[in-house]
Write a protein that binds this ligand. Structure first.
Ligand code: PEP
Length: 249
C-alpha cells in the first residue's frame, strides 16, 4: 500500500510574531509537490497556533506540540485536546523525547495521551526513540518496541497516527543516524506492527524519521524504503525546510 510522504516541522519553543510571519511567508511562497504527494504539517508553539493557521496556505496543516492527557479542567498551564479541536487544529505531537526526558512523561502516560487525543478526533504524531546509552547497550529495539506497545495498546484507528522514530542522540545534536541505521529501525518497527497489530496496519502506517534532518541529508534518508517522511526540528525554522518537503520527489 502506498504511504503518502509526511513532513512535519516542530518549531519547539521558538519564535516571535515577526519570526513566525517570516517562516510562514517562506512556506507560502514555496513551490512544492501537491498535497496528494506530500503531507506537510507545521507545529508552532501553542500561542502562535491560530495565528499560523490563519496565515498558512491551505494545503499545509498545523499541529500542537502537546495536549493534556484527559478532559480539560483544573490543570493549570495545560491545553486540552477539546480546545485544539475547538480551534480546528487537526494534529498534535505526543511523546516527544524532550517531554519524556525533561517532564518525565512515561510510556504509559504517552499512551494515555495518544488515546485521549484520538478519542477527541485529533490526528497524532506519536514519538519514540532510544537514548545513546540504550543504543550502545544494544537495547534500541527493546526500547522502541516498549514505547510503541504502550501506544499501540490504546490506538483504535491507525489512520490517524503517524509514528515518529526519533533517536534521542540525534535530536538537535547535529549527529544524524545513517540512512542504514534509520532504515534498520524503521523496518523492525514495521515488523513489530505486523506481528503485534496487523499486516494491513503495518503496511499503511507512516513511520517517519526525526533527528538533525536537513536540506543536505534528507534525500538519502527519504530514499530508504521504510522511511515515510520526517519530523524536523531546527531545520524547520529555516528556508531549507522547503528542500526537505521535496526530499522524496
Ligand atoms: C525534533 O525535535 O523532533 C527534531 C527532530 O529536532 P532536530 O531536527 O533539531 O534534531
Amino acid at each position: 500500500m502506498a504511504r503518502k510522504f509526511f513532513v512535519g516541522g516542530n518549531w519547539k519553543c521558538n519564535g516571535t510574531t515577526e519570526e513566525v510571519k517570516k517562516i510562514v511567508t517562506t512556506l507560502n511562497e514555496a513551490e512544492v509537490p501537491s498535497e496528494d504527494v506530500v503531507e506537510v504539517v507545521v507545529s508552532p508553539p501553542f500561542v502562535f497556533l491560530t495565528f499560523v493557521k490563519s496565515l498558512l496556505r491551505s494545503d499545509f496543516h498545523v499541529a500542537a506540540q502537546n495536549c493534556w492527557v484527559r478532559k480539560g479542567g483544573a490543570f493549570t498551564g495545560e491545553i486540552s485536546a477539546e480546545m485544539l479541536v475547538n480551534l480546528s487544529i487537526p494534529w498534535v505531537i505526543i511523546g516527544h523525547s524532550e517531554r519524556r526526558a525533561l517532564l518525565n512523561e512515561s510510556n504509559e502516560f504517552v499512551g494515555d495521551k495518544v488515546a485521549y487525543a484520538l478519542s477527541q478526533g485529533l490526528k497524532v504524531i506519536a514519538c519514540i526513540g532510544e537514548t545513546l546509552e540504550e543504543r550502545e547497550s544494544g537495547s534500541t529495539m527493546a526500547v522502541v518496541a516498549a514505547q510503541t506497545k504502550a501506544i499501540a495498546g490504546k490506538v483504535t484507528n491507525w489512520d490517524n497516527v503517524v509514528l515518529a522514530y526519533e533517536p534521542v542522540w540525534v535530536i538537535g545534536t547535529g549527529k544524524v543516524a545513517t540512512p542504514a541505521q534509520a532504515q534498520e529501525v524503521h523496518c523492525e518497527l514495521r515488523k513489530w506492527l505486523h506481528e503485534n497489530v496487523g499486516g494491513d496496519i503495518a503496511a499503511s502506517t507512516r513511520i517517519i524519521y526525526g533527528g538533525s534532518v536537513n536540506g543536505a541529508n534528507c534525500k538519502e534518508l527519504a530514499a530508504q524504503p521504510d522511511v515515510d517522511g520526517f519530523l524536523v526540528g531546527g531545520a524547520s525554522l529555516k528556508p531549507e525546510f522547503v528542500d526537505i518537503i521535496k526530499a522524496a520527489t
